[in-house]
Design a protein around this ligand. Structure first.
Ligand SMILES: [Zn+2]
Length: 602
């Protein structure tokens, strides 16, 4: 395989802050030390947490401090092994080290696991007293979160039984779904020749500039899916039924309850957000009408949604991406700019495309004692600039949260993407303003709107569909007909009369992995994106006042629930006006696109 050279060639990270190499003797020494400390921890603390009346607060505090220190040292090895492996996955010594680090983490994790379990088992009264004790104030959130699953846990024997049976139950069905959909092949006529393509190749064709190619890709997709109606619908129906049974056993009051608990959001806030999203479907429809005009069509069909609105965008070399990002961050705050600068200067970024390197992009933030690292595969296009901005947003968060202790470091799931999406927005805005060519400006804005539609509106549709399917399953068995019907019903209000739904679209639900693997997760995307849009709107209104409060939010890491942390920024999940601010920002973008299109005579 030959690899094309891009402008980021030579931009590699320096892992020297962690270890010198995979055979640095400090690695084995760290592992041996962590193992010894794990045993010592167990000797000192086992059976001292679940004691009548609960442990002494100072004793509990000492246990947590020791646990944090142990996990932090262990993480340094695991983190190094992961990054080394990502740099070159083809080298066996990297794979060996990664495996060794994972085994050690499991082994030591098992040695100290009793701590969480004993804490969870402590009767309500004793735990309540400790949770409000000033000595433990810094760990209140962490301790509280550990106990939240308590009412839903079964006995140890039952948990073990379920876990073992899941391998031939829900996990087997999930695996079958993945293998089945990955193995599907789609016949397609390309350049006059018959070919078969995979689903990911087929889905990539929705971005093609020829309408006929997009239409044929959609037809092939739904044609093949509909032929597997029996398998796809019975897989889904089984997963739904399994979910309902477990909810009953674990005493969850409704199908979304478990997800809300792990997201730290309440049912009412989610419902308000979803209702507000529906009330704003017309904003998306206005965009669909504009897009039809830009494509020269009387009406948009489903397969035109992601068609390019103009010719290829100009390339963007890595150095320019770095400068644009630093400038954009600088307009927000010199603090942001300075931190981001470090990432480039101290070589915490690996951006070149090379053989053996892991695909995609990520930012790894291990904890307070270390600094984050970023990996991406920079191929000189404007989309890559957004990727770097996204990962640097995570990087800023990971850097600023270093003032927290390890247990308070990681942001909760729902706010983990706040800093990244916010920084994408900063860079997007800056890029549009700095762009001299109005055609490129328009393409950038349209791309942004389409991303937002896919994240906000479409994920809301997906969640409404899941709710409808679960409600119907509670009333009796699901047929393929019923599932397809629920899908169209959930989609119709979104597309309205602005987009033509093709016949095969009834099967649009059947290949979406979230419905199988992470049920009711999709609303978290709506939440994350709207939160950022709304914060961004606030930033434009409040300026400097917002900036300092936003930096404090990132510094707070995961030390409290998202709701409490965001309160300092004036965010109230239960106020519909808060969500509306996010939609105002989307509407603003659509209006900008309309205006530009008008000026360009399109
Ligand atoms: Zn991210």
């Amino acid at each position: 395989m030959t690899i094309q050279t891009f402008s980021a060639a030579g931009v590699r990270w320096d892992l020297g802050d962690l270890f010198a190499s995979h055979h640095d003797p400090r690695i084995q020494a760290s592992l041996a030390d962590a193992r010894a400390r794990g045993h010592a921890f167990a000797r000192r603390f086992r059976d001292t947490i679940r004691v009548p009346g609960g442990p002494d607060p100072a004793h509990l505090l000492a246990a947590m401090r020791e646990l944090e220190a142990l996990e932090e040292d262990l993480k340094r090895v695991g983190f190094f092994a992961d990054l080394l492996y990502a740099s070159d996955t083809s080298r066996p010594e990297h794979r060996d080290l990664k495996e060794q680090a994972e085994l050690a983490a499991t082994e030591i994790g098992n040695l100290v696991l009793f701590f969480d379990l004993e804490w969870m088992d402590l009767p309500e009264e004793a735990a309540g007293r400790l949770l409000t004790h000033p000595t433990l104030a810094g760990y209140r959130h962490h301790l509280h979160r550990l106990r939240q699953v308590r009412p839903h846990r079964l006995s140890e024997a039952e948990e073990r039984l379920l876990n073992e049976r899941d391998n031939t139950g829900r996990r087997a069905f999930a695996r079958l779904f993945t293998e089945f959909t990955t193995a599907l092949r789609f016949p397609l006529d390309r350049n006059g020749r018959p070919e078969t393509v995979t689903m990911s190749e087929l889905l990539a064709m929705v971005h093609h500039n020829e309408r006929e190619v997009r239409r044929r890709a959609y037809e092939a997709l739904f044609d093949i899916l509909s032929r597997h109606d029996l398998v796809l619908s019975s897989l889904y129906e089984t997963i739904v039924q399994d979910h309902l049974v477990l909810d009953r056993l674990r005493r969850f009051p409704h199908p979304m309850a478990e997800r809300h608990l792990s997201n730290e959001i309440d049912e009412q806030a989610v419902e308000q957000m979803m209702t507000a999203t529906e009330a704003n479907y017309p904003v998306a429809q206005a965009y669909f009408r504009l897009k039809a005009r830009l494509l020269g069509l009387p009406k948009l069909a489903l397969f035109d949604q992601y068609a390019p609105v103009s010719d290829a965008l100009p390339p963007c070399p890595f150095d320019r991406a770095r400068d644009v990002i630093l400038e954009a961050f600088g307009t927000f705050s010199p603090v942001f700019q300075k931190i981001a600068q470090q990432f480039f200067e101290r070589r915490w970024v690996d951006a070149e495309v090379r053989e053996g390197k892991q695909a995609g992009a990520f930012c790894a933030s291990p904890g307070p004692a270390l600094h984050p690292y970023i990996l991406c595969n920079y191929t000189d296009n404007l989309r890559d600039v957004m990727t770097v901005a996204h990962e640097l947003g995570h990087g800023l968060h990971g850097w600023l949260a270093r003032q927290q202790t390890p247990f308070n470091y990681d942001a909760s799931l729902t706010t983990a993407e706040t800093a990244s999406v916010f920084s994408e927005f900063l860079v997007f805005d800056h890029l549009v303003r700095a762009e001299p060519d109005p055609q490129v400006q328009l393409a950038l804005i349209c791309g942004k709107i389409e991303d937002i539609c896919a994240t906000v509106f479409r994920q809301n549709v997906l969640t409404r569909f899941e709710q409808a399917v679960f409600a119907r399953r509670q009333a009796g068995r699901l047929t393929a007909e019923a599932i397809c019907g629920a899908w169209i019903e959930a989609n119709r209000p979104y597309y309205g009369d602005a987009v033509e739904l093709t016949g095969g679209y009834r099967w649009g639900w059947s290949y979406i992995p979230h419905f199988i693997h992470t049920r009711f997760y999709c609303y978290s995307y709506v939440f994350g994106e709207l939160l950022v849009l709304s914060l961004y709107r606030r930033y434009k209104e409040d300026g400097a006042n917002f900036v300092s409060r936003y930096i404090r939010l990132l510094e707070a890491g995961g030390s409290d629930s998202p709701e409490s942390l965001l309160k300092a920024l004036g965010v109230n999940f239960h106020d519909p006006a808060f969500w509306q601010k996010g939609f105002d920002e989307i509407r603003g973008l659509v209006e900008r696109a309309e205006e530009l299109a008008g000026k360009l005579g399109r």
